[in-house]
Design a binder for this molecule. Structure first.
Ligand code: PLP
Length: 390
């Protein structure tokens, strides 16, 4: 089997979808025409990528992206696409849960995921119990009669605790519980989730897959046991990705491996520099030994990406704003995974319920883009000088 870099180049480029063109064309479609009544009728019973039916079920543009993403997860049956990462998370959860079920949700999860549990799932009669990201095999103690699924996110995208996925998966398999993982930080390149025993793995493709901050996209890749139900739920909720956006996802995917290496290298350089600064209390980066779960990261991951957090050594939100507002090479805004660097003030302590999160000073999340890391370091150094002068 080919290596990931090769899969990224070749994925989804089936001759029947691309013809003589290197990239799958952007097929804009609602109605798809059939030769006659008999072929229309014959088509009605088929529902897989590659079966022409109606625009909502996609065309080669979307099928190629799904196919390429499935290729990156050995052991997976297929991939469904969504108009955002949040849609991918919501539909994945709805495909495995029903009224009366309990969901175990990691306390460090992405905030909209938490809100979805507390609102939509709660109103449907599905209860959520939040758990400590560092729980590992201890998850067994939380499993009750009605526990149907465990949701993981590793590392958390604000506080970067790395979860012991193999330990949690082992418990889940023994008890017949479904596992879902938000794998946006690592992507399958750094953590192939299905091979690790996860049943449904989720990407906010908006981040590293698209990679250029110009489209919103999500995906769920599932095992054979879960794919059919996921596909049905996705289709019944009318989930559809525009072919233009699927094309941007494919365009981004081709360079994912080289971009990830550059993000990794730049982020490590900046993180290590920050670690040595007196103005910094802590750096939360999975590849640094001080990060909770670093040993698990070293055991399970093939590398690190460009997103991490650091804590200022004292100071308040106003000092943090002085630091961030004056940065020249870092944008201020949500999301991450694009080619550009971002800085975001974050308040992780206010979001949690099962664990406490405390820090000695205000927290800043950085996404390290593809700029030269020394320019970024010089920018951050000027930021520390600004705080001192203020
Ligand atoms: C951004 C993000 C999402 C949501 O993706 P959108 O495409 O913005 O809806 C989900 N999980 C994580 C970890 C994210 O960072």
């Amino acid at each position: 089997m080919s290596r990931d870099e090769t899969k990224l180049v070749e994925g989804g480029r089936r001759p029947e979808w691309t013809g003589r063109i290197v990239n799958p064309p952007v097929h804009r479609a609602s109605t798809i025409l059939f030769d006659d009544c008999a072929s229309l009728k014959a088509g009605a019973g088929r529902n897989a990528d590659g079966d022409w039916h109606y625009g909502r079920r996609g065309t080669p543009t979307q099928w190629a992206l799904a196919d390429a993403l499935t290729d990156l997860e050995p052991g997976a049956e297929g991939t469904m696409l969504y108009p955002s990462g949040v849609a991918a998370i919501s539909i994945a959860l709805l495909s495995v849960l029903k009224a009366g079920d309990e969901l175990l949700m990691v306390d460090s999860t992405y905030e909209p995921t938490r809100v979805f549990c507390r609102t939509v799932l709660a109103e449907m009669g599905i209860t959520t119990r939040f758990y400590d990201p560092m729980i590992g095999a201890g998850i067994a103690d939380l499993i009750g009669e009605t526990t149907a699924a465990i949701f993981l996110e590793s590392p958390g995208s604000l506080t970067f605790e790395v979860q012991d996925v193999p330990a949690i998966v082992a418990v889940a398999k023994e008890r017949g519980i479904v596992t879902l993982l938000d794998n946006t930080w690592a992507t399958p390149l750094l953590f192939p989730a299905i091979a690790a025993g996860i049943d449904l793995t989720i990407l906010a493709c908006t981040k590293y897959v698209v990679g250029h901050s110009d489209a919103m996209l999500g995906s769920v890749t599932a095992t054979a046991a879960h794919h059919a139900k996921l596909r049905r739920t996705t289709q019944l909720f009318g989930q559809h990705v525009a072919p233009d956006d699927a094309y941007l996802g494919l365009r981004g995917l081709r360079t994912l491996a080289v971009r990830m290496k550059a993000h990794e290298e730049g982020a490590l350089k900046v993180a290590r520099w920050l670690e040595g600064r007196p103005e910094v209390a802590r750096v939360l980066h999975p590849a640094l030994p001080s990060c909770p779960g670093h040993d698990v990261w070293a055991r399970d991951f093939k590398g690190s990406s460009g997103l991490f957090t650091f804590i200022l050594n004292g100071g308040d939100a106003a000092a943090r704003a002085v630091f961030i507002d004056g940065l020249e090479h870092f944008g201020i805004g949500y999301s991450w995974g694009g080619y550009e660097s971002l800085a975001l003030p974050i308040e992780p302590g206010t979001i949690r319920s099962a664990t406490r999160w405390e820090a000695d000073g205000p927290a800043i999340r950085l996404h390290i883009g593809l700029e030269h890391p020394d320019d970024l370091i010089a920018d951050l150094e000027r930021g520390f000088a600004r705080i001192k002068a203020a």
